[in-house]
Design a protein around this ligand. Structure first.
Ligand SMILES: NC(=O)c1ccc[n+]([C@@H]2O[C@H](COP(=O)([O-])OP(=O)(O)OC[C@H]3O[C@@H](n4cnc5c(N)ncnc54)[C@H](OP(=O)(O)O)[C@@H]3O)[C@@H](O)[C@H]2O)c1
Length: 323
């Protein structure tokens, strides 16, 4: 019978009904002896998974609970098949993205700061970087306190599982969406990333939802920030290294753009990092994929993949096929 190792942090009752017909092997958090398993479900916290790996023997298949699996291939080597939990984060990460966009356009971080000070003030009475960031220089009356998402021009960089969910959730806002992925797919109106620089100047909101790879490292750097319009909102729900951190700091300090980011480079962001004190930025500590529904959903995805593996069917979420 196939032996499936799962982390102690996950209650066995969550797995029992999903993984029938296999032997479930609990991997203790402080493992100090060899364990033989065929299939490994690593702890979603990378440092815990890394502590367990040196004791594991016989692993042929890794079923990750996360969509981002960048640390796994170099650790387990090329002779192990790795599958991710594609889809398990779709809803939570897409909801974070829409919430972050709305929070920035409705200036919730600003109004939250003012609330803490116990002051009844509005945006135009506050520090100039808030008043100036929308890029709208028209003399509007009454003064403008918030902005609308409806009708905004959104450039969605990454049109995979989560990107498509973001598109679905943005649809009721009637945004003008431009889709972008690694390769163009004209039949779905998806542009190639080679068109990034030419499409950036038109975008009011740029959403990043791509994997961390050699190709996406520094995808948004000084050149791309310079191409963005005044007041553009950069939303990074992908991975920190996709954006050049120092270029981001410079762009924010210049007062030209704003950003909402769930991921940083480095992570965790050090306490004294310049990014914390930049104007017009909202930072959350890489929590976009988190929700109570996540673990059951990720385990269902892993169990379905394991069923295909046992039945000799094609796996659907392979990020590395064993050689
Ligand atoms: N903030 C969080 O908590 C959180 C949670 C979950 C996931 N994430 C991040 O989100 C990423 C995407 O997840 P997903 O499930 O949507 O992945 P996915 O289904 O594999 O989709 C990835 C998308 O990125 C595109 N892409 C890949 N390389 C690219 C490049 N060099 N330039 C432009 N586009 C590129 C792909 O293009 P093609 O369609 O042409 O292949 C695809 O459209 C994950 O890898 C992870 O890093 C973050």
């Amino acid at each position: 019978m196939l032996r499936v190792g799962y982390p102690e942090s996950i209650p066995e009752e969550l797995l029992r009904d999903l993984f029938d017909g296999v032997e479930l092997v609990c991997i203790p958090e402080h493992l100090d002896h060899e364990i033989h398993i065929d299939v490994w479900i690593p702890d979603p916290y990378t440092n815990r998974a890394l502590r367990a790996w040196p004791w594991l023997r016989g692993v042929r298949l890794v079923l990750a609970m996360l969509a981002g699996t960048e640390w796994i291939p170099q650790v387990v080597g090329p002779h192990v098949t790795i599958c991710n939990a594609r889809g398990a984060h779709n809803i939570s990460t897409a909801e974070w993205t829409v919430a972050a966009i709305l929070a920035m356009l409705k200036y919730f971080p600003l109004y939250n700061d003012i609330q803490r000070e116990g002051r009844w003030k509005r945006r135009f009475e506050l520090p100039p970087h808030y008043a100036a960031i929308s890029g709208d220089t028209r003399p509007l009356y009454p003064p403008v306190m918030l902005e609308e998402l409806t009708g905004k021009r959104v450039l969605l960089v990454g049109h995979g599982a989560i990107g498509k969910e973001i598109e679905r959730m943005l649809a009721p806002f009637d945004v003008q969406l431009t889709r972008m992925a690694r390769r163009a797919r004209p039949e779905d109106s998806v542009h190639s990333v080679t068109e990034l620089d030419s499409l950036l100047p038109n975008a009011e909101i740029i959403v990043l939802i791509v994997p961390s790879t050699d190709e996406t490292r520094g995808l948004i750097g000084s050149k791309q920030f310079a191409l963005m319009r005044h007041g553009a909102l950069l939303v990074n729900a992908a991975r920190g290294p996709v954006v050049d951190t120092y270029a981001l700091v410079e762009a924010l300090q210049s007062g030209r753009i704003r950003a909402a980011i769930d991921v940083t480079d480095p992570e965790p962001l050090p306490e004294d990092h310049l990014l914390w004190s930049c104007p017009n930025i909202m930072i959350t500590p890489h929590v976009g994929g988190s929700s109570p529904q996540f673990t059951p959903r990720a385990l269902r995805t892993a169990a379905a993949e394991l069923r295909r593996y046992i039945n000799g069917e094609a796996l659907q979420n392979i990020v590395q096929a064993a050689i």
